[in-house]
Write a protein that binds this ligand. Structure first.
Ligand code: SF4
Length: 214
């Protein structure tokens, strides 16, 4: 499966791994907000602990919606030479949030560093083949917003949008094929029928866009 960096989140990597799907999604580098960033804390999945740059252990103590807080011991941090850079103002120990699928994100980052030529080719293909269509579907056919709630209705909206885009292309190809013979009644009628179907699909997916130019 290919996708752009907008989907490069631990939750998505974890979900794909659980389904046995190999993603070609370029993992983002960790944003550096601190002089001692999260990547300097090593997660040990076997023992379910974090190790800080000074090799002190942080343990999981509190659960939040998408992960857990890991805390160091105040006694470990008290004499640490880098505590000024590592700890937030007023804190006596370190608190780090690790998301539930953090190991999957780390694997994806390592995998990105070893992308093969085939991976790079697949991602390049994704960019011209999928992103252009997504942009068209979102900008002109309302796919940027769900018209109704729920996965099933969203699925219907996506199918109708894809049908509208395909029919639009088919109508354009037919008209180009007709060229100077556009006056021939049967083919012209067919083209009109296709155009009407496109308009109906657009009306269904996003009524307010129905009057925009194709
Ligand atoms: S301040 Fe605490 S958590 Fe941070 S590096 Fe030092 S010992 Fe480790």
């Amino acid at each position: 499966m290919t996708a752009d960096q907008g989907y490069a989140y631990s939750k998505i990597y974890g979900g794909l791994e659980a389904r046995g799907i190999d993603p070609v999604i370029p993992a983002k580098k960790e944003p550096i907000r601190s002089r001692v960033p999260l990547r300097r804390f090593r997660y040990d999945a076997r023992h379910d602990i974090l190790k800080c740059p000074m090799r002190r252990i942080l343990r999981s103590q509190r659960r939040i919606e998408h992960g857990r807080y890991f805390y160091s011991r105040a006694t470990d941090c008290r004499r640490c030479p880098i505590r000024g850079d590592c700890l937030s103002k007023g804190r006596v120990n370190k608190a780090v949030v690790v998301s539930d699928h953090h190991p999957a994100l780390l694997r994806a980052r390592r995998c990105k560093e070893r992308w093969s030529r085939e991976d790079a080719r697949l991602y390049q293909r994704h960019r011209w083949r999928s992103e252009g269509f997504h942009g068209e579907a979102k900008s002109w056919h309302g796919l940027a917003r769900a018209v109704r709630r729920g996965l099933q209705t969203m699925r219907i909206q996506a199918f109708l949008t894809a049908a509208a885009v395909n029919l639009k292309r088919l109508a354009a190809a037919l008209l180009a094929l007709l060229g100077p013979w556009r006056g021939i009644s049967l083919l012209a009628a067919l083209a009109h029928l296709l155009a009407a179907t496109v308009a109906a699909s657009i009306q269904t997916t996003r009524p307010e866009l129905a009057d925009r130019p194709a």
